[in-house]
Write a protein that binds this ligand. Structure first.
Ligand code: PRP
Length: 190
């Protein structure tokens, strides 16, 4: 990450710290992509991004993989706001692709409670895919409520309110090139 914020599109005033730098993300995606290329040698991979948070990691991971990989997208939402722990998820936008016989790799920005992925894994596995695995850039081990098998994880982080690199607060901060801890004063003021 550049230490020169003078010309950046953001100020650091809203953050208490940087949790994962742009360089750390880049290096980690290099490692994960190398592992994926090895694990899926000779196989056609369908990357499934979960909107909207996964947009950045999908774009950067996909460009480190062979051009034969395909991308598709889902948008899901927990029923009601603030009720993620119910584990009830509805599909706002479904995949275009038929998963029959496909090697599916779900790409996520973050695993918080794990409820979204737990539901998604069950849903996609029921569609006849040959395999369904997960690549997540971030995971909050202290917040996880359901055990899920995650094949590729970038960083385990504390349960702070983090934004950036796809993660938002009220739809803002998704475009930051790094992951930062949001100052409580930002999300507690109205
Ligand atoms: C975030 C993130 C995951 C989910 C993880 O999405 O992108 O999909 O929450 O949380 P969980 O492990 O507790 O289920 P969010 O619902 O905030 O939507 P967004 O991606 O559009 O920001």
């Amino acid at each position: 990450m550049s230490p020169d914020f003078a010309h950046a599109a953001f100020s650091m005033d809203d953050f208490t710290s940087v949790a994962v730098t742009e360089q750390q993300i880049s290096d980690k995606l290099d490692q994960i992509a190398a592992q994926i290329r090895e694990d899926y040698e000779g196989k056609e991979v369908l990357l499934v991004g979960v909107l909207k948070g996964a947009v950045m990691v999908m774009a950067d991971l996909a460009r480190r993989l062979p051009p034969s990989v395909e991308m598709d997208w889902m948008a899901v939402s927990s029923y009601g706001s603030g009720t993620k722990s119910s584990g009830v998820v509805r599909i706002l936008k479904d995949l275009d692709a038929d998963l029959t016989g496909r090697h599916v790799l779900i790409v996520e920005d973050i695993i918080d409670t794990g409820m979204t992925l737990s539901w998604l894994l069950g849903n996609l596995r029921s569609r006849g895919a040959e395999s369904v695995e997960v690549a997540a850039l971030l995971r909050k081990p202290d917040a996880v409520q359901v055990e899920i098998s995650v094949r590729y994880v970038g960083f385990d982080i504390p349960s702070d309110f983090v934004v950036g690199y796809g993660l938002d607060w009220a739809e803002k901060y998704r475009t930051l090139p790094f992951v930062a801890v949001l100052k409580p004063s930002v999300y507690s003021e109205d």
